[in-house]
Design a protein around this ligand. Structure first.
Ligand code: WTA
Length: 651
């Protein structure tokens, strides 16, 4: 990412912790020492201190058969109990758990006691529908309180949730339902987005349509009323959430499950066309979520109002909207809609309204706000903010400094947090009040986490050098597998440098101080607005359209979204004359949205006669990226046909 590096070099300021902040900070420098002296003892302390166990564990880690880790294996716990009942039992039931803000401006504040009561009823409802521990439940919902209630209810009964982002298509829902063998699906009629109701239930109906896809494993569909849009009901299958909830008993005792009991599957894009179902389990995941949420966000649960803008369809929504904050008894804001609905600066209105103190968002949103100008946030009172976070993609120093100056009044620390769906929780970040901040760098692994940058042979690079990011020791919230595909789990993450080193798929550089700078993916995974997309998945969506003969997709650098999707498509000979390139491009953009979801829609579809290939037939994406980014085309000597690039340029 050379354009990124230019930008990095111009910002050399450093921001030392403020003494007042440090004086009351949750984290202290001693954490690093304690973790270094006894890493497993350190994690055991976190697990005992932050999580309530029904049966305490005696063994911390079993790593006798890498990469299959077992953390706290002989302990038992209930994850939902940890997020709910124990706070009520400790006399904190009146604390607000969720300040929910709907996009049209409706809102609800829900205390821990109320949330616990709702989840108990929802757990009874699921059991009434035949959901048992180990069963899979797909959740396809807008960001409304019921979505969180549903996730926690699934966890409470020991079932496994698989949340599918509400922007994904019927096709994406179906492939996830089938892969997981889901028994129940929880959805809503629709949710509010950009000033209108965006329907969700029709996509579920299409996904489960037996005449199109054959019978599915889903027995019941539970529908929350939110959008008020008309929906079709399949009798015997579809049920209203409200009707079911009304019938439920108020009491539900949370049964304890083993620490390694599966908690959820979350699908994420990989280098092949098929998304991977990343599996997380209970005790270790919750420990990682609670520990990082507390220390990285300097959480003071009695006084803070925390807000992560992530949707529950992504890992950030799992770890830093649901499990981390609720395990820690935090008060948080959740918001249904988009940052600019109905007015630009809606986010800042929400911060002002609830007095948000800790704010966690993606660089794309910060860059979009920069574009619309500082006068918009400047017209709101953001003085409650005391800590800002960034996640999902590298934050360029210019955006970092703007974020701190304009949103953080030139005073708040910023934590740039690197992690992945697979890591479950934050791995690399500054600790606020401890670390001197460096704009653009995620900086240092958290205490207890062992990260390195290595060359192609797995040898650690020196300071000032670049290579591949690896995690060299197991960690409690690590993925436990890919659902139904052990071989892919081992191949993807644990084979490049041996079975005990985790290969993250990111390029990174150590600076002269040994701080880590993330440089983007080294595989065919794109990062668009902080969301992971696979080139192969979009290519296979494109070639599934009858007019397409061949397709290649690249991620091109984009000022706002980090990367954007650019597709190069060869039409079938029979089609090439019947449609204009513009018509074909429009049809294909819609087709990708239909197959995967609007986030995967290519920004540009270029209709070409040929694709650049090596003599062995491999598409040279590097050259296509040059075209997509408007650069001089690089070395073409390995091309089978060196005139191709000229044709693409001209065409
Ligand atoms: C990228 C999101 C630079 C990275 C939590 C990683 C980042 C992928 C950062 C995971 C960051 C995430 N700086 N890059 N602070 N955070 N990434 O699974 O490429 O949706 O591999 O998890 O996002 O994306 P995922």
């Amino acid at each position: 990412m050379p354009d990124n590096i230019d930008n990095l070099l111009t910002e050399t300021r450093r921001f030392a912790p403020d003494a007042e902040f440090t004086a009351s900070a949750v984290a202290d420098a001693g954490l690093y020492e304690r973790a270094r002296a006894d890493r497993l003892g350190f994690w055991a302390d976190q697990a005992r201190g932050l999580v309530s166990w029904e049966k305490p564990f005696t063994e911390v880690l079993d790593w006798s058969n890498p990469p299959f880790a077992k953390w706290f294996a002989d302990g038992t716990l209930n994850v939902a109990y940890n997020c709910l009942d124990r706070h009520v039992e400790a006399g904190r039931g009146d604390r607000v758990a969720l300040h929910w803000e709907g996009e049209p401006g409706d809102s609800r504040s829900i205390t821990y006691a109320e949330l616990t009561a709702e989840v108990k009823k929802a757990a009874n409802m699921l059991e009434g529908l035949g959901v048992r521990d180990g069963d899979r439940v797909v959740i396809y919902m807008p960001l409304i309180p019921e979505a969180i209630v549903a996730m926690l209810a699934v966890a409470r009964v020991g079932a496994i949730h698989s949340v599918v982002f509400g922007g994904f298509s019927a096709e994406s829902i179906r492939s996830r339902v089938d892969d997981a063998g889901a028994k129940v699906l929880i959805t809503a009629d629709g949710g509010w987005r950009k000033g209108v109701v965006s329907p969700l239930k029709p996509a579920v109906d299409e996904a489960l349509d037996a005449t199109v896809h054959g019978p599915s494993t889903v027995e019941k569909v539970v529908v929350v009323k939110r959008g008020g849009n008309d929906v079709a009901f399949t009798s015997g299958r579809d049920l209203w959430w409200d009707d079911l909830m009304q019938e439920q008993a108020a009491e539900h005792t949370a049964q304890a499950f083993e620490a390694e009991h599966p908690l959820f599957i979350l699908y994420t894009s990989g280098t092949t066309g098929k998304p991977k179902g990343i599996l997380h389990t209970s005790g270790g995941y919750l420990t990682g979520a609670a520990y990082t949420h507390r220390n990285v966000f300097d959480l003071h649960p009695e006084t803070d109002v925390y807000w992560s803008t992530a949707d529950i369809g992504w890992i950030t929504g799992h770890t830093y909207v649901v499990y981390g904050p609720l395990a820690n008894g935090a008060t948080q804001v959740i918001y249904e809609g988009t940052p600019d609905s109905p007015v630009p600066g809606r986010w800042w209105d929400v911060i002002e309204k609830y007095g948000v103190t800790i704010f966690y968002a993606a660089p794309t949103a910060i860059r979009a706000a920069m574009k619309t100008g500082r006068q918009i946030p400047a017209s709101r009172d953001l003085s409650s903010l005391r800590l800002l976070g960034s996640v999902g993609e590298p934050i360029n120093p210019e955006a970092w400094v703007w974020y701190r100056d304009v949103i953080g009044a030139g005073a708040t620390p910023i934590v740039d947090t690197w992690w992945q769906t697979e890591t479950g929780s934050i791995m690399i970040s500054a600790l606020p009040g401890v670390t001197t901040l460096k704009p653009g760098s995620a900086q240092v692994p958290l205490p207890g986490v062992a990260v390195d940058v290595v060359d192609d042979h797995g040898v650690p690079v020196g300071d000032g050098e670049g290579g591949l990011l690896v995690i060299t020791e197991p960690w409690p919230s690590m993925l436990r597998g890919i659902w139904g595909d052990t071989e892919r789990f081992v191949d993807t993450y644990w084979s490049k440098f041996g079975r005990s080193v985790y290969f993250a798929g990111d390029g990174a550089r150590k600076d002269d101080d040994g701080d880590i700078w993330l440089l983007g993916r080294v595989d065919d995974v794109m990062n668009v607005s902080g969301h992971r997309l696979s080139t192969a998945e979009i290519e296979s969506a494109l070639v599934s359209h009858p007019i397409v003969a061949e397709a290649a997709v690249v991620g091109a650098a984009d000022e706002t979204t980090g990367q954007s999707v650019v597709a190069f498509v060869i039409l079938r000979a029979s089609q090439a004359d019947t449609m204009t390139p513009e018509e074909a491009a429009a049809a294909l953009r819609n087709h990708v949205a239909h197959e995967i979801g609007a986030i995967a829609k290519p920004r540009t579809v270029m209709i070409v006669q040929e694709l650049p290939k090596t003599r062995s037939g491999k598409i040279m994406r590097r050259l296509l990226r040059d075209v997509a980014e408007g650069r001089e085309i690089g070395d073409t000597t390995t091309l089978a046909d060196t005139t191709v690039m000229q044709a693409i340029r001209v065409g």
